[in-house]
Design a protein around this ligand. Sequence first.
Ligand code: GRF
Length: 207
Amino acid sequence: MISNKKPMRLAVFASGNGSNFQAIYDYMQSHEVNGCISLVLSNCRDAYVLQRAKKAGIETCVLSVDDFEHRQAYDQRIAAIMEQKNIDLIVLAGYMLLLTPWFTNRFKERVINIHPSLLPSFKGTQGIKDAYDYGVKITGVTVHFVDSKLDHGPIILQKEVPIKASYSLEDLEEKIHAAEHRLYPKAVHYFCSRRLVVKGRKVMIRE
Ligand code: GRF
């Protein structure tokens, strides 16, 4: 049943392909999620996610860091846009810029990210390859709240992905992305249903 509480307004931040944006958008089209994606923001003018958003009829915004005097000025501009558009939740989906502590403090527990490993293992931009090269037998994906440290905030959901001996790196990438596309919409759904309760590092999911 759709909640009678005010629907959540989401902004997706992405720098590239946007397959996670697509998965979340598609899920929201076919499930009763108490929210909508109101904006897609990118730091890259030619990011494919912008085409996906336009096709979905969602407003887009491109802001290049180079047009700002310093990093925090960029985040201040973004924060002003979020506030002007009454955004409740910021969904990072392959956003290749680190948010400043100023921004993460201002939007505490209102920014989520997906990372392609089982955090706290294999932080950073090469989570899939690093796990593959390390030889772990199980990796996975993590959705977490974003705080001021890289790939660090309280964990909302995780899903394991076994690495079979026969897998190439490309096989693993495919499995990880498929797992992401199932897990991220679920986390968004929980947030929009106001089911996530954060206590320190622990995130409870209310029934
Ligand atoms: C995903 O693998 C995600 O885990 C990472 O960046 C990638 C984005 O992919 N943070 P896409 O742009 O959503 O296809």
